[in-house]
Design a protein around this ligand. Structure first.
Ligand code: ADP
Ligand code: MG
Length: 797
């Protein structure tokens, strides 16, 4: 039969199987033959030896194992079977050695040996000796050894070392527990042994208990499974390594494998037989499942034996099976069955792996050391970079509050920049930005809620009701708020001092968003976020219907008065001019959102077109280069073909040169490439022209944006308000487009007059200011109209 190859063959290892033949004077020479390699064993059954039973059945079997131990000393058995497994356990590999076979075949002799005669000691005492010897050879490691001895009889667990003093949890009855670290038996005493002698005492104690139990409890020791376990734990003494290794060696003396209960056994014997047969057949099932790599589930929990050995069968262990057989003809049937078990075991593969664990306490200590070192390192870096006394500790509440205040001042514009100190501080700054932002969002929302009723934009019934009430105009825009409260919106009394500019009537939405932007000078909430028409809910004044209608009419009146300079409700939206102008970068952002938004939009559009063309040009260039490279290659190939042809002598047919197909194809290819090259090149030229043009546009736009900004900036923060009034009338001349010098010169007469008047009349007191303002304004208006009329006349001509 073909055996499947395992994909992970490299790391996998077969279970090692050995057979040990019990010495006998009556060895069945004709039936049992050993191979010369000491690894195979052939069994021949005479047809007539077992009448009926094996008639017409197979009579010859051949088994190939890892070694046949015939007439082997205890010493040799240990060397062959156990030595490597034990040695590897000290390096962190789990190991399992099991003895299988019918009662009397020598399992106990192999495992424990005779306790009276040192020479005939078995694997257990030898393993303990090897472990302690190896520990002596490794002074670099602190290695501890623990031992436990478990017996499983009739599906019950017995602690063969329970008679010894033991400090630990005693749980009765014992239970098999699984955890991520593996399987362990709760209630089983595990004894620390610091020297060989102690370990031997434990072993003898266990053996004695085994024998006593068989008398007092009337149990047959060949009917029980015994598991002697050596636990090893190794910590490095030299390295402060938090890693350490653990391993365990399981030495298993199984119950007799002979088929029992066939011939009318009763009572206790029948019960024993049933349990043994069951547990051994479950062991076999588990082993078959382990050998079948398609099997996902291994039935370990069917009996105590396989459950207790769950992490010692297959898995990551080094595993050895030793089959004890008789060499006598009378036992041949059981011998055959034992050898079959061994050959099934051979199919099992394991994946030995080191059991590494982490010592949490040591790990923390190492990390603390590392941390201290890194802090020192940081301090050195700081002093080299002339940064003194930077604190890298987590921030306390006061420090966080300070950062919060910095962020607020930054947003208000009173703080120009926030100095970077360290990573923690940067993270906290961002954190506080988030805090401030969400606070402000909440404030805005609750302010809105105090003032307005929110309607779901998808609730058409509500919207139409509101429309009927005249609160929403046809486009779904909401009309203004009547009482002029909140957000500084609303209608200003006609008599109030007019602002400096007037524009076409704004919808409520625009007013709201532009006013929000003005507020935004001290808050990061942009006008966009406040743009109610794009959000799911709409705002409706909660005030009385009449007021609203009134308001609408007044708004219309207002707009009809335009372009007269006064009375625009927009005027009062502008907050009083700050005593110190804002920094230009901040103002520029405002400008781009307000007055400069249109130019900015065009500027951005042009820029994106330019970028797109540039990208295309670069792609085309790449393509051209690729074509060029291919052309070069083709040319070279063509030259090579040509030289080949010349060397071989040219053929001519009626004056025509004859070339081979390869050369012909190359010529065609080159022609095609040249064509592509020309097309792409043409494209690139066109693109470059476009890019140049777009670049020009972008530059123009930028220039325009900046110029307009400068004008706006001067006008908003530097030019005296009275002077600006001169620019207002008509609104058809965009004030921003008039250079400051011209603004200054416009209406010079009026200014002169104003100054003169002021000089004459100001002594009357501040009450006179409104008067003079009105006077000057009227004169300016006339002045303006005169100019315009003059211009129109000039135009007609
Ligand atoms: P099992 O444990 O398989 O039932 P034992 O180990 O108890 O069998 O062996 C039965 C008897 O045979 C014991 O008296 C033991 O000393 C003896 N015996 C078994 N194997 C050998 C061997 N290889 N050399 C000498 N005596 C052996
Ligand atoms: Mg035995």
């Amino acid at each position: 039969m073909m055996r499947r190859k395992n994909a992970r063959m490299g790391t996998r290892k077969k279970v090692h199987t050995f057979v040990r033949v019990k010495p006998t004077d009556d060895f069945a020479h004709e039936m049992i033959k050993y191979g010369d390699d000491n690894k195979s064993i052939d069994i021949h059954l005479k047809k007539d030896t077992r009448r009926g039973v094996v008639n017409n059945q197979q009579t010859d079997w051949s088994f190939k194992l890892d070694g046949v131990l015939h007439n082997a000393s205890q010493d040799l058995v240990y060397e062959t079977v156990a030595k490597d497994v034990v040695a590897q356990a000290l390096d962190g590999y789990n190991g399992t050695i099991m003895c299988y076979g019918q009662t009397g075949a020598g399992k106990t002799y192999t495992m424990t040996g005779t306790t009276e005669n040192y020479k005939h000691r078995g694997i257990l005492p030898r393993a303990l000796q090897q472990v302690f010897r190896m520990i002596e050879e490794r002074p670099t490691h602190a290695i501890t050894v623990r031992v436990s001895y478990l017996e499983i009889y009739n599906e019950s667990l017995f602690d063969l070392l329970s008679t010894l003093p033991y400090v630990g949890p005693s749980v009765t009855p014992m239970t098999i527990v699984e955890n991520p670290q593996g399987v362990f038996i709760k209630g089983l005493s595990v004894h620390l042994t610091s020297q060989e002698e102690d370990a031997f005492s434990l072993l003898f104690e266990g053996e004695t208990n085994r024998i006593i139990a068989s008398h007092t409890m009337n149990k047959n020791s060949s009917r029980s499974h015994c598991i002697f376990t050596i636990y090893v734990e190794a910590h490095s003494r030299t390295l402060s390594d938090e890693k350490y290794i653990t391993s365990k060696i399981n030495l298993v003396d199984l119950a007799g494998s002979e088929r029992l209960g066939k011939s009318g056994s009763e009572g206790r014997v029948l019960k024993e037989a049933t349990y043994i047969n069951k547990s051994l057949s479950f062991l076999e099932q588990a082993i078959v499942a382990l050998g079948d790599q398609k099997r996902e589930h291994i039935p370990f929990r069917q009996c105590k034996l396989t459950h207790a050995l769950k992490d010692s069968l297959g898995g990551n262990c080094n595993m050895v099976l030793l089959t004890n057989i008789y060499g006598e003809a009378a036992q041949l049937e059981e011998t055959l069955s034992s050898l079959r078990f061994a050959s099934r075991m051979k199919l099992v593969t394991t994946e030995p792996a080191i059991n590494e664990k982490y010592d949490a306490e040591r790990m923390v200590k190492n990390l603390e050391k590392e941390l201290a070192l890194l802090k020192q390192e940081l301090a050195i870096h700081d002093s080299l970079a002339n940064r003194t006394l930077v604190n890298y500790d987590p921030m306390d509440e006061i420090q966080i509050a300070e950062i919060n205040s910095q962020v607020r001042r930054y947003l208000e514009g009173t703080l120009d920049e926030i100095d970077i100190i360290n990573l923690r501080q940067i993270q906290e700054v961002f954190n506080q930005f988030r805090v401030v932002l969400s606070q402000q969002e909440q404030e805005v929302e609750s302010a809105l809620r105090r003032k307005y009723t929110l309607i779901d934009k998808n609730d058409f019934a509500a919207i139409s009701a509101v429309q009927k009430a005249g609160l929403v105009d046809v486009d779904g825009h909401l009309v203004g708020e009547p009482d002029g409260q909140g957000f500084g919106l609303g209608v200003t009394p006609f008599s109030a001092k007019p602002g400096k500019k007037s524009k076409s009537k704004k919808t409520f939405k625009e007013q709201l968003s532009s006013s929000a932007r003005k507020e935004g000078a001290s808050s990061p909430v942009s006008g966009k976020e406040l743009d109610v028409s794009t959000s799911k809910t709409q705002l409706t004044p909660s005030s009385k219907e009449g007021d609203v209608k009134d308001m609408t009419i007044r708004e219309r009146e207002t707009s009809s008065i335009e372009p007269l300079p006064s009375d625009s409700p927009k005027e009062e939206l502008r907050p009083p001019r700050p005593s110190t102008p804002p920094p230009k970068p901040v103002a520029f952002e405002d400008f781009k959102n307000e007055r400069g938004s249109e130019i900015n939009r065009i500027f951005k559009e042009n820029k994106s077109i330019l970028n797109e063309r540039r990208k295309r040009a670069s792609e085309t260039t790449q393509r051209i280069n690729a074509i060029k490279r291919e052309m070069d290659v083709t040319k070279e190939a063509l030259n090579f073909q040509k030289s080949l042809r010349e060397k071989q002598g040219e053929y001519e047919n009626k004056g025509l040169m004859i070339i081979d197909e390869e050369e012909f194809l190359l010529i065609l290819k080159l022609k095609d490439l040249k064509k592509q090259y020309r097309t792409e090149y043409q494209d690139l030229r066109d693109l470059r022209a476009e890019i140049q043009y777009c670049q020009h546009l972008v530059d123009q736009c930028r220039h325009r944006l900046l110029t307009e900004f400068d004008i706006w900036y001067n006008e908003s923060f530097f030019i005296p308000e009275d002077l600006q009034v001169a620019l207002k009338p008509g609104g058809s001349i965009r004030p921003g487009m008039v250079p400051v010098s011209r603004i200054m010169s416009l209406g010079e007469d009026a200014q002169d007059k104003f100054s003169q008047l002021q000089q004459v009349l100001l002594p009357e007191g501040p009450d006179s200011v409104a008067f003079y303002n009105a006077k000057v304004k009227t004169e300016q208006k006339h002045n303006y109209l005169k100019t315009m009329m003059g211009l129109q006349q000039a135009h007609r001509k």
